[in-house]
Ligand binder design. Sequence first.
Ligand code: PMT
Length: 314
Amino acid sequence: MASHWEEFYSTHLPPSDFEDNRKLLKEFCERHNKSNQRIVLVTSGGTTVPLEHNTVRFVDNFSAGTRGAASAEYFLEHGYTVIFLHRVKSLEPFTRHFTGQMFMDMLELNERGPSTTITVKPDCVDIVAPILARYKNAQETGRILYVTFTTVSDYFWLLRAACECLAAFEAKALLYLAAAVSDFYIPSNEMPTHKIQSGAGAPTISLQLVPKMLAPLVSLWVPHAYVVSFKLETDDSILITKARDAMTKYKHKLVIGNILQSRRYRVVFVTPENNYEVILTREQMLNGLELEDSIVDNVIACHSDFLSAVTYKF
Ligand code: PMT
C-alpha cells in the first residue's frame, strides 16, 4: 500500500546537506522575486531506492538527464530564472554538450618554452564559443541554481523545500517535473543496516508504493503555480489515457507524455482541453535541432496564457 506523503517525511530523515541547500534555495528565490521575473524549477535525472542503509546496492530509475538539462538551457534563453534540481552526475546544462572524452579532444597542450598553455583547437572554437558564452551569461547574471539529489527521499525533501520558496512567486512560478521518480521503495524501518550478504542466499526484496508527491505539491505547496509533469510509458496505447488520468487526479495544468524509445523526437501535450503532438523531424534532428527547444516554446506559451488569465481575473 502507498504510505501517506506526511508519513514518508516523518519516517525518512532529510539528506545531511539539507539545511545548506534550503538556505541556498531561500536566498536565491528571495533575490529573484524582487526582479518580478518568471522562475522555473526543472527536475532532472532518476532517483535511486537504496536496498541497505549503508548503501552498496540500489534500484535506479531510468534517466540520463538530457530532457532536464537541455530544457534548462532553453528556459534561460527565454529569460526565465532556473532552479535545476538534478541527480548527482546526471547531465547538466552547458557541460552536457561535451560528454566523455570529447572536451579533452577539443584542447591543445602547448608545452613549448617556459610556460605551458592550453588552447581550444581552431576547428572547435565555433562549437565551444557559443556554449561558453551562454554558460558565462547564466553564471554572471546568477540566474541558475544547481541543487543535487541521489535517493528518492533526498529528492522529496528538496522538492518540498524548493516549493516552499517558490510559493511566493505564485503564478510566475513554473514547475517542470522531468525527473524520473521511483514508484517503489523499501521503507527506512524495513531496510537492513549493512550490505546484504550473499551467503544467506538470494534475498526476497519486497517493495512498497511511494506516495505520489504531485498530490500535495499541486494542492498545498504551490497552489498558484503552473505545474507541468512528465509521464513516461513504454506502451504507446496507454500513454494518453495515463497522462489524462494523472491530470484529472492531481489537477495540474499540463502533462507531457513520452515513450521511452521515441522520447528524443516525439512527445504528446495533454492539456485540460485537448492533446497534441510535438515532433522533431529526421531532417531537424540531422540539423542538430533538439526536441526540448520546441517543448520549452510550447510550455512557455501555455504558461503565458495561464498568467494572462490569472491577471485578467484580478
Ligand atoms: O533524462 P532523459 O534520458 O532525457 O529522459 C527523460 C524522461 C523520459 C525521464 C522524462 O521525459 C520523463 O518522462 N520524466 C518523468 C518520468 C516519470 O517519473 O514518470 P512517471 O510516470 O513515473 O511519473 C509521473 C509523474 O509523477 C512525474 O512527474 C513524477 O514527478 C511524479 N511522481 C512520480 C512518482 C512519485 N512517487 N511521486 C510523483 O509525484
